[in-house]
Ligand binder design. Structure first.
Ligand SMILES: [Mg+2]
Length: 179
């Protein structure tokens, strides 16, 4: 992730939220398992991993893989994360172990919305058929907003649960500035 680019995204997301008075997310959820898969009229589903599908750094387990497979019955399931190479290998091994149909795309690309747009074009996917689940407003949700993704679902439960660590502090500041 390019830090200059990311800093610009943080600023852009704050300024946009303040100027438009609109939420950059389209729905909000406490936890991912409270989602109603059938309520989303989408064909392609994107998920952040940490603090969206599970607590930070906990990774993918059988329960999460079963949920992702429910989405896979409706369309494509893509995982987008900025994790390390080692954790990427761990995610790939868990996807295989729990027979999960989700794809893990290139790591470290968030919040590069131009990259996401080019990937959608490459796949022939229409942004209006896509949903994106994430916990970070200036990372996941901003990327989805700028790529015109129809459903941008903010998942807040894991962030609210934990009050420790730098990343949680950043999230709380983001929520305070953007929401
Ligand atoms: Mg996250």
């Amino acid at each position: 992730m390019n830090l200059v680019y990311y800093s610009r995204c943080i600023l852009e997301s704050i300024v946009t939220s303040k100027n438009t008075r609109n939420n950059i997310f389209s729905r909000r959820l406490d936890f991912i398992n409270s989602v109603s898969v059938n309520n989303l009229q989408c064909k392609h589903f994107f998920f952040d991993i940490d603090d969206t599908l599970n607590t930070n750094k906990a990774g993918l387990n059988l329960e999460i893989c079963k949920l992702l497979n429910k989405f896979a019955q409706k369309g494509d399931v893509v995982l987008l994360t900025n994790c390390s190479k080692k954790r990427k290998e761990n995610h790939l091994s868990n996807l295989q172990k729990f027979q999960c149909s989700a794809q893990l795309w290139e790591v470290g690309k968030k919040p590069n919305y131009n990259w996401l747009n080019s990937k959608l074009i490459e796949k022939g996917w229409i942004s209006n058929d896509c949903a994106f689940f994430g916990d970070r407003l200036s990372m996941d949700i901003w990327m989805a907003y700028k790529a015109n993704i129809k459903e941008r679902i903010l998942v807040e439960g894991y962030t609210k649960q934990s009050t420790f660590g730098l990343i949680h502090l950043i999230r709380k500041i983001e929520a305070w500035l953007i929401l």
